[in-house]
Design a protein around this ligand. Structure first.
Ligand code: EPU
Length: 421
């Protein structure tokens, strides 16, 4: 397993370009199951999770080509398998996003239940209840969801809690269902909006995109599309924090500032200066003393859970006491003990972590546990005195495109060592 060796203390400067969004690409790739016409998706990042999703689609009989970097061509006209296996789903939970489109287009799907993961139990009960309301017969058998429907029927779906994947699955199911589906309590995340826009470009009829209630008028068939995936807002936010951790000054190109408003507001409150320049790039000046703050993770447009670990690392360097409350996932503090090994003063109290400011992190050997936790350890390593080893960085490779190359181009000193624990 590869590891990063980071020699900390270098101030970042220069320009960095944000890649396409992982969490937007994954559902958009699955939407190709809804048509037998060719779909072309551009700005798709070169990441392990994307490769896994392409394999899942191929395992169903979908033709997948990657003619150029960042472009994926998909044609689902030879689909002959309706099952996402345990091997795929255990590797990447987002594989369950084939459930809605398979059921909508072929009336059958068998998808492994995802089980727990490093950040919590993460059930899919809301996806299943909603599909059942649309007329699907659902059975749980030998660790699999087995679903059938002659044709899904439009229904009123009410999500009591926000679910990004659930909204995406039901949206993909509803576009080919008979009649009207109303999704109340829909997730408003930019990735859901991106999927909805791709579906509309394929001929779907969706009203209320970006709002809490989506109204979907089912159509009989969809056409192909050429869709450019939105930039990765979490990668953009991670670079902003990197500037703050190193007192750096960087320009982030290609981000959508309107997708990172809550992150920008919080980082500005802590003292980092972030402005949009005339080209729409984000100019981040982290050469300031950091003030403490409190953060609570909430669904979009609030502060994202996927930035929680990174902002906690930043809070460690603020002058005073900060707090982080995680409300989306029950177990997303795996970075806490690792950051403490690097000198952080953290106290976990249920869903909240109290963060007491320190001067600087100390380099240490630490273990990455999930994607965003790993990012927080790299950020701490950029600030730390001495050398930090972040092990098991395959988590990072799942979700950050060429992270060490991008940070090194900004002046960081990170090397990737192959193999080992
Ligand atoms: N939940 C249920 N039942 C359900 C669905 C969700 O109880 O049927 C719970 C989950 O256990 C969790 C909460 O609801 O506690 C939110 O889950 P959600 O369905 O919104 O999350 P997701 O679709 O599984 C996506 C992202 C995550 C991101 C969350 C929240 C993808 C592929 N994943 O997951 O991204 O944290 O939304 O914004 O889009 C990451 O990129 O590191 C990552 C984990």
């Amino acid at each position: 397993m590869d590891k990063f060796v980071i020699r900390g203390g270098r101030r970042l400067s220069g320009e960095v370009v944000v890649s396409g969004s992982k969490n937007a690409s994954l559902p958009v790739l699955c939407s190709s199951i809804l048509t037998d016409k060719e779909c072309t998706f551009t700005n798709v990042p070169d990441l392990e999770d994307i490769k896994t999703m392409c394999k899942v689609l191929e395992s169903l009989g979908v033709e997948v080509e990657r003619p150029r970097p960042k472009t994926v061509l998909v044609r689902a006209n030879g689909l002959n398998v309706f099952e996402a296996s345990y091997d795929h789903v255990k590797k990447m939970r987002a594989s369950i996003l084939v459930l809605g489109p398979l059921l909508a287009r072929y009336g059958r799907a068998k998808v492994s239940l995802p089980g727990g993961c490093a950040i919590g139990v993460r059930p899919i009960d809301m996806h299943l209840k909603a599909l059942a309301r649309m007329g699907a017969e659902i059975e749980l058998s030998h660790g699999y969801v087995v679903a059938r429907a002659s044709r899904l029927k439009g229904a009123r779906i009410v999500f009591d809690n926000t679910t990004v994947g659930g909204t995406e699955n039901i949206l993909m199911a509803a576009v080919l269902a008979e009649g009207t589906t109303v999704i109340e309590g829909a997730a408003q995340e930019p990735e859901v909006v991106d999927l909805a826009e791709a579906l509309v470009a394929m001929g779907a009829k969706i009203d209320g995109i970006g709002e809490r209630t989506l109204v979907v008028e089912g159509v009989d068939e969809l056409s192909g599309t050429n869709h450019r995936v939105i930039p990765d807002r979490i990668e953009a936010g991670t670079f902003m924090v990197a500037a703050g951790m190193t007192r750096g000054r960087i320009t982030i190109q290609g981000a959508r500032p309107d997708h990172v408003t809550a992150v920008i507001d919080k980082l500005m409150e802590m003292g980092i200066d972030i402005r949009s320049d005339n080209d729409g790039d984000l100019v981040v000046d982290g050469d300031r003393d950091l003030e403490p703050a409190s953060v609570e993770t909430v669904p979009y447009p609030g502060f994202p859970t996927d930035m929680q670990a990174q902002v906690m690392a930043l809070m460690c360097l603020a002058r005073g006491v900060s707090s982080v409350t995680e409300t989306i996932f029950e177990n997303r503090f795996m970075h806490v003990p690792e950051l403490m090994r690097m000198g952080a003063k953290l106290e976990e109290k249920g869903r909240t972590v109290i963060v007491r400011g320190i001067e600087r992190f100390q380099g240490a050997s630490v273990m990455a546990t999930d994607l965003r936790a790993s990012a927080s350890l790299v950020l701490a390593g950029l600030n730390a005195s001495g050398q930090t080893e972040v092990r098991r960085i395959y988590h990072l490779d799942r979700g950050y495109e060429a992270l060490e190359k991008k940070l090194n181009a900004l002046g960081a000193d990170i090397s990737r060592e192959r193999g080992g624990l």
